[in-house]
Write a protein that binds this ligand. Structure first.
Ligand SMILES: [Zn+2]
Ligand SMILES: [Zn+2]
Length: 120
C-alpha cells in the first residue's frame, strides 16, 4: 500500500500498489479548487483506496463530480465523477511519495494555460 494525506496530517489515506493511470487535468474547476495551474490525478479503483484517518469535507463542484478536501488545511485529496463512480481520482501531490508516478496524458487541454506545455 502507498500512503498519502493532506498537508496538516488530519486526513490520511492509502492506495494499492497498482500502476495507476496518471493524468494532468487542465480543467478550470481543478485550477480553481487547487489554486494551481493544473492538477495531476491518479485513477485508483474504489476498492484500492481507503481513508485511514480524518474526515474529508465534500464539495459538489458540479453535477458531474464531487471533490474531497481537508477543511483544516485545504488540501484537495480526491474526486469522484458521475461518469466513473467505480474509481477514485487521487491528487498525486498528496501522496507521501508522489515521485512513484509519472503522468502519461493530459485532459481538458482546451483550457490549458498557454505556457503549460511541458510534456509536448
Ligand atoms: Zn489537512
Ligand atoms: Zn480537472
Amino acid at each position: 500500500m502507498k500512503p498519502g494525506g493532506c498537508f496538516c496530517g488530519t486526513i490520511r489515506y492509502e492506495i494499492g500498489d497498482g500502476d495507476y493511470t496518471t493524468a494532468n487535468c487542465h480543467c478550470t474547476m481543478c485550477r480553481r479548487t487547487s489554486g494551481a495551474p493544473y492538477v495531476t490525478w491518479l485513477v485508483v479503483p474504489k476498492d484500492e483506496f481507503r481513508y485511514t484517518a480524518g474526515e474529508v469535507t465534500v464539495l459538489e463542484s458540479s453535477d458531474r463530480g464531487t471533490r474531497y478536501f481537508c477543511n483544516r488545511c485545504g488540501t484537495p485529496v480526491a474526486c469522484v465523477t458521475v461518469a466513473h463512480p467505480d474509481v477514485v481520482d487521487v491528487t498525486l501531490g498528496s501522496l507521501d511519495a508522489p515521485e512513484a508516478f509519472t503522468p502519461t496524458f493530459e485532459v481538458y487541454t482546451d483550457t490549458r494555460l498557454p505556457w503549460a506545455h511541458q510534456r509536448d
